[in-house]
Design a protein around this ligand. Structure first.
Ligand code: URA
Length: 270
């Protein structure tokens, strides 16, 4: 980055005034005066000072998406010593990172992390209604009548649910859902109940793949909604969060969102 841009970004001066500071010999890079225009600095490694006072860029907020595997608790530390999602993101590189909401230990898929409190809390605010899309494998043959009940809203112990998007997946869509849910979406307990080592495809023969889009985020909501229509969840995966889709991100991997993705998320949270 050019030195005058660095100084402007750091809030020391306008770009024009920064050039004047440089020309006046008041700026040092790694203790050496740099008086020529156009010199470059690396904000990660170079020490820049003006009149001897160190100058740094403001901390930039970071937002990441993680493809959460099953078996990880959504918390940054667990007193019981269970595996946590914090092990899957680079916390030392991004102090202050926290998960935006939670996925159950057995749920896989898109989990956001951010250091931007305003964005994180904005996305979680009950009034935001950012749509989250889930793929679920449920027990039994879920019918169109069940789907209609779910769409209209079912009454849970903490009150009625808002209208939801619910689609029964068949054929290629069901196969795609099976691939996305993957092999670790059901807990070992669930596998026991559903036939020990039977493959996911075999499980699906007696089950149904559904897509559920929710604009609210109550605790274990998808599981409780599907149980309320007598189709308990075998495996659950979150494929998208507002404008963001998990895409091809491999399970267990995290990536930083692009500026465009952060802008889209902020627009969705507004
Ligand atoms: N709904 C659930 O039931 N579980 C999750 O992890 C997310 C949404």
């Amino acid at each position: 980055m050019r030195l005058q841009k660095f100084l402007a970004r750091a809030g020391v001066a306008s770009r024009r005034h920064a050039e004047e500071l440089i020309a006046a010999g008041r700026v040092t890079v790694n203790s050496a005066v740099v008086a020529e225009m156009g010199a470059k600095v690396d904000p990660a490694t170079d020490a820049v000072a003006v009149d001897g006072a160190p100058v740094a860029l403001p901390e930039e907020a970071v937002t990441l998406m993680l493809h959460k595997p099953a078996g990880y608790v959504t918390t940054m530390s667990d007193p019981q010593g269970r595996p946590t999602v914090a092990e899957l993101v680079d916390v030392p590189a991004h102090p202050g990172l926290f998960p935006v909401g939670r996925l159950d230990t057995d749920t896989t898929g898109l989990l956001l992390f951010t250091t931007d409190g305003e964005l994180g809390h904005g996305l979680l605010h009950p009034r935001q209604h950012v749509t989250k899309r889930y793929l679920a494998l449920v027990e039994g043959a879920l019918t169109e009548a069940d789907a209609r009940r779910l769409r209209e809203g079912v009454t849970l112990e903490d009150g009625p649910t808002l209208p939801a998007d619910v689609r029964i997946l068949a054929d290629a869509e069901a196969e795609r859902a099976a691939a996305l849910i993957g092999d670790d979406g059901a807990s070992s307990g669930q596998r026991q109940r559903h036939g020990g080592k039977r493959s996911r495809a075999a499980l699906a023969q007696g089950g149904t793949y559904v897509e559920v889009g929710l604009r609210e985020g109550r605790k274990r909501q998808v599981r409780r909604m599907l149980a309320a229509v007598d189709h308990p969840v075998i495996a659950l995966h979150r494929q998208s969060f507002g404008p963001l889709d998990l895409g091809e991100l491999p399970r267990g991997h995290a990536r930083r969102l692009t500026d465009a993705e952060v802008a889209a998320l902020k627009a969705a949270a507004r």
